[in-house]
Design a protein. Sequence first.
Length: 437
Amino acid sequence: MLTAGLMFPALFALIFLGIPIAFSLTIVAVVAGLMAFGDVAFIQLYGSFYSASTNFILSAVPMFILMGAILERSGIAERLYQVMNMWLGRLPGGLALATIAMGAIFAAAAGVVGAVEVMIGMMAIPAMQKARYDNSLIAGTICAGGSLGTMIPPSVIAVMYASLAQLSVGKLLAAMMLPGLLMVALFLGYILINGMVFPVARDPKNVPGIDLPLRAKIRATIATLVPVFLLIFAVLGSIMGGIASPTEAAAVGAAGALVLTIANRRLSMGVMAEALSITVRISAMILLIVAAGTMFMGAFMANGGSKLIREFIETAGFGPTEMMIFFLLIVFLLGFVLDWTANVLIVVPLFTPLIRAAGIDPVWFATLVLVVIQTGYLTPPMAPSIFYLKSIAPPDMTYGQMCRGVLPFILIQGLTLLLIILFPWLATWLPSQIVGI
């Protein structure tokens, strides 16, 4: 068990030295595997690598990423942002409300966190700065809207979690629906109240389409939202209805995104080459980390890791509630130094057997973990959301402003987590009502 206890400190040491996460996981797994298996270590580790790389559910990941990459270039995002501004632009904090609403809709259509944030950021920053919004509110709104790709189904993270925890993907996506909508409502409520307390002078010229006649607004809304909602329904409905597997539904989503791109006359060889390049790059990164993480956890278990965790929990005298809170705290702390892929790969195989043994609903617990992972996505100093925003932000938007901007949204995510803990039906009711998942 000593080797198992040293594996995580060794992993973090390699990560802090700047070695990529996938290679750090592999190096530690190989060393620990040699300690556990001796000469046959590489055969054992290859078995873990092979099982991860041939997992059928994980084959949905590239298709979801391709769907998001194509939608990012389809022109739908621009139209969607304009439509949201038409309806919300006159409200206090209207542009920020439109940004969150667009983030929620596009998260449901794309399912990829980074793509959603960069896309809405490139459109929202110029518009909000022109309307004289505070940089902190701009940064917080874009980061929070982009992070909704974690909680609004379909979510690549949820597909990966379900695969590792041996849960129904449809059940987990259904469980995320109400908590995701609750989080969006709380985000919108905060922005609305903030807009009332700190009003921004509204200039209709800064909000294109705000003065259009009602009929024109309705026509533009239908033309923009109906195709997007049809795509969302095709993907989620086919999974939750048991009509298609996650991989098949993701393929339907990618094909639908391609059709929308053609309909908007945005399809070209350059667009497809870019979308495919992004898909290959992100998919390779995720799946390599998955394979390395599987090897790492296999070596950890072989060296007595599960026994080490069990003995620690028994020694600490944790009941089911305390154990669950302890696990969520670990997920949150890991979020400071690891990206979501490595975080999920480490905690899910480790915690799921203990959660099941304690009689805790694994789907409810999975929903809580996903909320915590989304919170870690926003939490400085290693917040991926801030790094994404920094890559597209103008020079006058500082790192300090970004950190201050995300704080209220982190607190809202904490409130969402508390509400799901206090009212488990938020995550368990919808899966129980849908047949076929």
